[in-house]
Design a protein around this ligand. Structure first.
Ligand code: NAI
Length: 237
């Protein structure tokens, strides 16, 4: 049975790498992203197998509206996320924390709920949530809200795996430092990138496709794996 995969945050980085793999397998991909321009570029690259839609995952009404076109979707890669601004404890800005959680946590929950309501049954239905090793280690200094949001994704993955079984398997990936635009804020120059690489046993950042490779396995090849969090971090903790 053919699969149709909804990917959020699909116009860049890891989400786009997943979309490329879906299309290369001859499957259909539904790409949701907040960036219209990036979606247009992705559509131009991926062709007719990709359906794109501008959606802000933190806007529950927008997600409800977009979910009306989810018919036939069998798998979900819940991936849209932001790092947020650097914030020290003495400058704590609750509005900024709320904005980040609305995208990285509530948005994930809302998309998963809509996907579950609209999805088409598939013998190997599955969800992959994009967590981060920051969910375990607390995140980089100044990015505690991001770490907290990814810790929440780990807990949500276990809750979803329980609640959506046996029809849908739910797992998370916890990437380390992956070379995508999200790293721009923390790794603007070559020196910062070299410093980051020093702390990674594999001595380099990962590529988006190295995360997509694991997502593809969890989506289509795994069959008894659910509720798990798999690090793709070059050995970094
Ligand atoms: P990216 O910045 O290249 O891609 C994120 C995508 O999400 C962008 O296309 C952006 O437009 C979209 N997006 C942002 N806010 C959105 C919203 N409200 N609604 C819909 N789409 C929205 O970053 P990357 O690295 O590909 O990130 C993907 C996921 O992987 C994120 O959840 C991130 O936290 C996670 N991750 C990334 C790591 C890295 O080192 N790059 C490490 C660990 C986790």
């Amino acid at each position: 049975m053919t699969a149709k995969v909804l990917i959020t945050g699909a116009a860049s980085g890891i989400g786009l790498a997943v979309a490329r793999r879906i299309v290369a397998r001859g499957m259909e991909a539904i790409l949701w992203d907040i960036s219209r321009d990036a979606l247009e570029a992705a559509r131009a690259e991926l062709g007719d197998s990709a359906e794109v839609r501008q959606v802000d995952v933190s806007d529950a009404q927008a997600v409800n509206g977009a979910a009306t076109s989810l018919e036939g979707a069998t798998h979900l890669v819940n991936n849209a996320g932001i790092l947020g601004h650097r914030m020290d404890w003495h400058d704590l800005d609750p509005a900024e924390v709320a904005r980040l959680l609305a995208i990285n946590v509530t948005g994930f929950m809302k998309v998963a709920a809509c996907f579950m309501a609209a999805r088409s049954p598939h013998p190997a239905g599955a969800i992959v949530n994009m967590a981060s090793i920051a969910g375990d280690n607390g995140g980089a200094p100044g990015f505690a809200s991001y770490g907290a949001s990814k810790g929440a994704i780990m807990a949500l993955t276990r809750a979803m795996a329980r609640d959506f079984a046996p029809e849908v398997r739910v797992n998370a990936l916890a990437p380390g430092i992956i070379d995508t635009p999200i790293q721009g804020a923390v790794m603007a120059d070559a020196a910062a990138r070299a410093r980051a690489a020093e702390g990674i046993p594999m001595q380099r950042m990962g590529s988006p496709d190295e995360v997509a490779e694991a997502a593809e396995w969890l989506l289509f090849d795994a069959s008894y794996t659910t509720g798990e969090i798999i690090r793709i971090a070059g050995g970094r903790r």
